[in-house]
Design a protein around this ligand. Structure first.
Ligand code: CTP
Ligand code: CA
Length: 228
C-alpha cells in the first residue's frame, strides 16, 4: 500500500499508457479479439497519475474497468490501426510510453461489407499483418522512454530480450502467461523486468496494482538517469 501513495516520481511528465485488447472487424457485426482485461494497463495509468504525471490512457476493450481518476484524457479505440493513430498523435512531446495493450498482430485483409452468410462447412478469412505500434515508436524515438510488454508461453527471457532490442525499448516487462497467477485475466501477475544493458529484475507474483507501481518507479529512474 505504501507504493500506491502519491509521489512526485513523474511530476510534470507526459505519459501515454495503452491498455486492453484491440478488435479487428471481419464484417459489420463480428470481430476477432483477445482476452485482455485491461487491468494491467489501467493499474499503470493509475500509478502514473499517483506519480504526478499527465496521463493519456489509450484503451481498447476491457472488462468494464473504472476509469482511473485524474487522467488528462482517455481515448477509446477499436482496431490496432485506431490505437496506432491515437498513440502516434500524442507521441512527439510525450516523455514516457508504457504499452500494456494486447494488440492484434493481424486483421482481416478484406472485411466483408455485409454480414457473412453461413454457407460452406469451412470459412477462410485471409489476414493481413498489422503495423507494430511500439516498433514504430522505437524507430523515431528522440527523448522518449519506451516500456513494452511481452506475453510469452515459452523462452520468456530469450524472446523478451529479442523484443527489447528489436523495438529499441528502455525496459520490457516479460511475463509467462501460461504460469498460474499470471497473464490476461487475473488480478495478479508474475513478471521479469529486462533492461538494455542485459540486467534483469525477477519479480514475485503480486497484485497488478503493486506491479504497476514498480514499473512506474523503474521507468522514472530510467528517465532521471537519462537527464542526469
Ligand atoms: N505491440 C505493438 N503493436 C503490435 C504488436 C505488439 O505495439 N502490432 C506491442 C505490445 O503492446 C507489447 C509489445 O509490442 O508492448 C510486445 O507485444 P507481443 O505481442 O508480446 O510481441 P510481438 O512483437 O507482437 O511478437 P509475437 O506476438 O510474435 O510474440
Ligand atoms: Ca503479438
Amino acid at each position: 500500500e505504501l507504493l500506491a501513495c502519491r509521489n512526485d516520481l513523474l511530476k510534470g511528465k507526459k505519459v501515454i499508457v495503452t491498455a486492453g485488447g484491440t478488435r479487428e472487424p471481419i464484417d459489420p457485426v463480428r470481430f476477432i479479439g483477445n482476452h485482455s482485461s485491461g487491468r494491467m494497463g489501467f493499474a499503470i495509468a493509475k500509478a502514473a497519475v499517483m506519480a504526478g504525471a499527465e496521463v493519456t490512457l489509450v484503451a481498447g476493450t476491457t472488462d468494464n474497468l473504472k476509469t482511473p481518476v485524474g487522467l488528462a484524457r482517455r481515448i477509446d479505440v477499436g482496431s490496432t490501426r485506431d490505437m496506432k493513430a491515437a498513440v502516434d498523435s500524442y507521441y512527439d512531446d510525450c516523455d514516457l510510453v508504457i504499452k500494456a495493450a494486447a494488440v492484434a498482430d493481424y486483421r482481416s485483409a478484406h472485411p466483408a461489407e455485409n454480414k457473412i452468410k453461413k454457407n460452406d462447412d469451412t470459412l477462410t478469412i485471409e489476414m493481413a499483418k498489422n503495423p507494430d505500434i511500439l516498433y514504430g515508436l522505437g524507430q523515431r524515438k528522440t527523448h522518449q522512454t519506451l516500456v513494452g510488454f511481452a506475453a510469452e508461453t515459452t523462452n520468456v527471457i530469450e524472446y523478451g530480450t529479442k523484443k527489447l532490442k528489436k523495438k529499441n525499448l528502455d525496459m520490457l516487462v516479460a511475463n509467462d502467461v501460461s504460469a498460474e497467477g499470471a497473464g490476461f485475466k487475473g488480478t495478479t501477475n508474475i513478471a521479469t523486468l529486462l533492461f538494455p544493458d542485459g540486467s534483469m529484475e525477477k519479480l514475485e507474483k503480486m497484485d497488478k496494482d503493486e506491479l504497476a507501481a514498480i514499473i512506474v518507479a523503474r521507468a522514472a529512474a530510467i528517465m532521471a538517469k537519462k537527464n542526469s
